[in-house]
Structure formats: C-alpha cells, structure tokens
Design a protein around this ligand. Structure first.
Ligand code: HEC
Ligand code: HEC
Length: 336
C-alpha cells in the first residue's frame, strides 16, 4: 500500500478547505451565511481583566441575537414577559421589586441573592432561559427570523437552550457600566472633582468610619461574595438554602453599589424604599444573630451611629456612582 505523504495530506487538506469555501458558508436550500464578525468588548483599563470563555467568543451576530432574546417575550413559555420587563434599562436593568440589576455581571461568578447558580454567565443564562422562562424551543425554531439569526451567530440552525444562553451571555458582557461621575473623577485628565460633601462621603465609605468598602469595595463596588449584613435577628435562609450549611444562614449576594440610586427598593426583599432608609439601617438598625459577618464590626452597638451630615454626605457619594450614559446607551436598548 502506498504511504500517504505529507504533501498528499496537505493536498487533501487544501482540497477540503477549498471545498468548504465553495459550499460553506451557505447552507443548502438557504441563503444564510455563517461568517461572524469579532465583537471588540470595550472594557475600561481600570477594571479587572474580564474572563472570556473560549467556547463563546463575542461576535457582532451573537450580541445582536442576545439583545433580541433579552427584549423578546417570545423567549418566555407563555410569551408574557421579556427579560427586560423586569430588568428595565432606566433602572440599571432592575425594577421596582427586589430585582438584581444587570451591570458588570461578566465579573460575577455567583448569581441570584442566595447564590443558587454558581459559575459563568453562560450558566446563569442557561438557568434563566431553561428553568425560569421555560422557553419553548419549538416556537423559536418555527419563528420567521430566529433560525437564521442563530445560524449567523453560531453556524447551526438547531436552536438549543445552550445557544440561547450563549447569545444572552454575549449581550450581557456588553453591559458594562464604567462612566459614572466617580469614574470621571478617577480619570485625572477629566477635570471632574468630588464636591466637599461627596469627598466626605467617600472618606466615610472607604474608612472604618462607615466601613462599607470591605464588602462593597473595589472598582466594581462589590466583592461578589455572600454576607449576613445584620438585617434580622432571625435571618432568612439565604445562601444556606443552597449549601445546607447553617453557618450560611442570612448570607446574601453583595449587590454592586454602582447605579444604586436607580435600583430601589433595596435588599433581597425590597424592605427599604430609599437610600436614606438603608443608611439609617447601617447607622442604627443592625441586628445581632449567630451568622452576622465579622466585618459588621459595630453590630454590638447597633450600627455606626453617623450624624445627619455624615449620612447625607455618604448618600451624596453613593450618587456619584450613577452612570446615565449606561441607562441611556442605545446599544443596550430594545432593538424592536
Ligand atoms: C418577573 C421578573 C423577571 C423577569 C421577567 C426576569 N428576571 Fe431576572 N431577576 C428577577 C429577580 C426578582 C431577580 C433576583 C431573584 C433572586 O435572586 O432570587 C433576578 C435576577 C437575575 C439575575 C442575577 C443577577 C445577579 O447579580 O446575580 C440574572 C443574571 C437575571 N435575573 C437574568 C434574567 C434574564 C436573562 C431574564 C430573561 C430570560 C430575566 N432575568 C427575566 C426578575 C426577573
Ligand atoms: C459585611 C459586608 C457588608 C458591609 C460591611 C456593608 N454591606 Fe451593604 N450589603 C451587603 C449585603 C450582603 C447586602 C445585601 C443584603 C440583603 O439583601 O440581604 C447589602 C446591601 C446594601 C444595599 C442595598 C443594595 C440593593 O441593591 O438592594 C446598599 C445600598 C448597601 N448595602 C450599602 C452599604 C453601605 C453604604 C455600607 C457602609 C455603611 C455597607 N453597605 C456595608 C454587605 C455589606
């Protein structure tokens, strides 16, 4: 038998490639093309590195599809809700109930108030599309547009939960908020400065005086961890519902404080209507329980006991975290 030499193999390979180029990227019977354009994510230099999964690269087509799925009630089993019905752009993709906002979630690896879903954005999006929305895949497959859009994004027209989750994740990774007043102050060339009140609030936030930074610190204003911040003497289950560990009772995901002025009511059960209520809680409403986080150092005193001026300065600082370019970004608005 003749040995297959490298030049022969190369020839076969080139033929194969040439063949592909001829038949692909058009599928038989359709006029669809799979030729995705890489999408360049704009992540600010002062943010942590964003991990991108190798098996879900950002593409223009994927982001476009994810954005449509996010805004289309067709994703929901009963077509009653779109993601955006509860995750409203003007409220930093939150809404009146205790809805967790959508911003900078590409840096998160544990999702939902009680940490029910751990992993990547793809994992939480799979949960949302499959378990929460119970998406009717057949309906999407019969849809006049989605089979082509899935093909353009992923090179296959068989719509699956996994592909829907990938598209939603790609869109979600473009939801970066990094242009608040605070961000502009950090950019020394901007000529933007904090007022005296905001600066005093900054000091309270980032020192032992208010002690907020231990959990809401860093440029993302969350440690993406779970804590019991002393809301209740008999805390709800929280993370312990998922881990089964009694020591995790009352622990909830630390929400980011970016855009916090836009996302009330506050806490996992929406118990506080305003930021004033939240600051009153941290100042004099702390409740002891067995699982209170050791970082809540003033719990035995009931709180930090801030003066009225300190409270309003702290709120003034929190308001510098509002990014209206994010809530008005047309690329994140409904495509319909
Ligand atoms: C009926 C209102 C509603 C709809 C519709 C909705 N969500 Fe949510 N979403 C919530 C609430 C409430 C939470 C917080 C619930 C919890 O943590 O248990 C949440 C939490 C999330 C989180 C977790 C954020 C974090 O910081 O951990 C993600 C991600 C999310 N939703 C994505 C979606 C996607 C994607 C869709 C569409 C497929 C969607 N949501 C539709 C109400 C909604
Ligand atoms: C031990 C960690 C920890 C510390 C310290 C801490 N927080 Fe929190 N914060 C949390 C957690 C966890 C939640 C969510 C709790 C819940 O809903 O059950 C939260 C919730 C909030 C919320 C509501 C967010 C929302 O989207 O509902 C605000 C506002 C807030 N904290 C501000 C502050 C300020 C201001 C300080 C300092 C005075 C502070 N926090 C100190 C962990 C902490």
């Amino acid at each position: 038998m003749k040995k297959i030499t490298i030049p022969v193999l190369l020839g076969i390979f080139l033929l194969a490639v040439a063949g592909c180029e001829k038949d692909e990227p058009t599928t038989p019977g359709h006029n669809w093309t799979y030729n995705p354009t890489p999408y360049e994510l704009k992540v600010p230099a002062f943010f942590p590195i964003l991990d991108l999964p190798a098996d879900n690269p950002q593409t223009v087509e994927g982001v476009k599809l994810g954005r449509m799925l996010y805004y289309d009630p067709a994703l929901h089993a009963d077509s009653t809700h779109a993601c955006a019905s509860c995750h409203v752009q003007a409220n930093s993709f939150s809404s009146d109930a205790a809805v967790l906002p959508h911003l900078n979630l590409g840096w998160s690896s544990a999702f939902l108030w009680n940490g029910k879903v751990q992993g990547t954005l793809e994992d939480i999006m799979l949960f949302e599309a499959k378990d929460f929305f119970k998406t009717d895949l057949d309906r999407l497959r019969r849809h006049p547009e989605y089979p082509r859009l899935f093909y353009e994004a992923f090179g296959q027209d068989t719509i699956t939960y996994e592909l829907a989750a990938k598209a939603l994740s790609q869109f979600q990774r473009t939801m970066v908020s990094s242009n608040s007043k605070y961000d502009r102050v950090l950019d020394q060339s901007s000529g933007v400065f904090l007022t005296d009140e905001e600066l005093n609030g900054y000091d309270i936030f980032f020192t032992e005086k208010g002690d907020c930074f231990h959990c809401h610190g860093g440029i993302l204003f969350t440690d993406n961890q779970f804590h019991n911040n002393a809301l209740d003497a008999s805390p709800e289950a929280g993370l312990s519902e998922i881990t089964g560990q009694p020591l995790d009772a009352g622990k909830f995901k630390t929400p980011t404080l970016r855009n916090i002025a836009l996302t009330g009511p506050y806490m996992h059960d929406g118990r506080y209507a305003t930021l004033e209520d939240v600051i009153d809680f941290y100042s004099e409403g702390l409740q002891s329980s067995e699982t209170v986080d050791p970082l809540m150092k003033s719990v035995h005193l009931g709180g930090k006991h801030l003066t009225a001026q300190e409270k309003s300065d702290l709120i003034a600082f929190l308001k510098t975290l509002t990014d209206t370019t994010y809530t008005a970004n047309p690329a994140l608005a409904s495509p319909f």
